[in-house]
Ligand binder design. Structure first.
Ligand code: TYD
Length: 211
């Protein structure tokens, strides 16, 4: 396997936590600093992955199928996009990754966490994010943002229509993951103004670049 020289950055949070507000800005900032950046997302990031995304976000399915399809999409994404980019020394900025499977399928839908850990070890035990931003807001804040988006005409997907209790469980698994992996998680209080959040993101990214 080629030596890994790039940086792997992932963005996480419950729906409506505001991560989309910062993705484009982060890419521009990294590029302005001279980094080659691959901006991608999960589920998705490859033709097969995007097909699976369409199914995952719309079709009813068992919770186990959902977890397995997330990892099928991930396998393609890792082999075709993420690992090659890292091997070229590029920065990979990925909108959601395996922490989302722990939080949504594990926390939200009750798929046993040790099953997800087994899949994680199988599919990418050797390749973990260097840095993970967890955009954090109380579930009432995210619900209000999603309801506003819907009233402005955006159709909500299968996950975005879940009840408050689902998002409470998702959020608490995200918090647990952040406690278990403090070396890579940065919990971002996303109730603050956009500029304050960006100043904090910039500090963390600068620290990662210097590593
Ligand atoms: P999201 O990242 O919020 O995209 P958008 O900003 O376009 O709405 O949507 C992806 C959804 O997929 C989100 O609700 C979380 C869910 N998801 C999982 O349930 N498990 C996973 O492993 C991943 C990667 C995403």
């Amino acid at each position: 396997m080629p030596q890994r020289t790039g940086r792997f950055l992932t963005l996480e949070g419950i729906d409506g936590a505001g991560k989309s507000t910062h993705v484009g800005w982060l890419v521009e900032r990294l590029e302005a600093q001279g980094h080659a950046v691959v901006a991608t997302r999960e589920p998705g990031g490859t033709p097969l992955g995007e097909e699976l995304r369409r199914l995952l976000l719309r079709e009813p399915m068992t919770h186990d199928s959902e977890a397995l399809l997330m990892f099928a999409a991930r396998r393609e994404h890792l082999d075709r996009v993420i690992r090659p980019a890292l091997a070229r020394g590029e920065w990979v900025l990925c909108d959601r990754f395996t922490d989302a499977t722990f939080a949504y399928q594990g926390g939200g839908h009750g798929v046993p966490i040790d099953r997800i850990s087994e899949l994680e070890q199988w599919i990418h035990g050797d390749c973990q994010p260097d840095l993970t931003f967890l955009f954090d807001v109380p579930t009432a804040v995210s619900r209000a943002r999603l309801d506003r988006a819907e009233s402005e005409g955006r159709a909500l997907d299968k996950f975005e229509r879940e009840a408050a209790a689902f998002f409470e469980r998702v959020r608490s698994v995200y918090h647990a993951r952040a406690r278990e992996h403090p070396e890579r998680f940065r919990v971002i209080d996303s109730t603050r103004p956009v500029d304050a959040v960006r100043a904090e993101l910039a500090r963390h990214v600068a620290a990662l670049a210097a590593r």
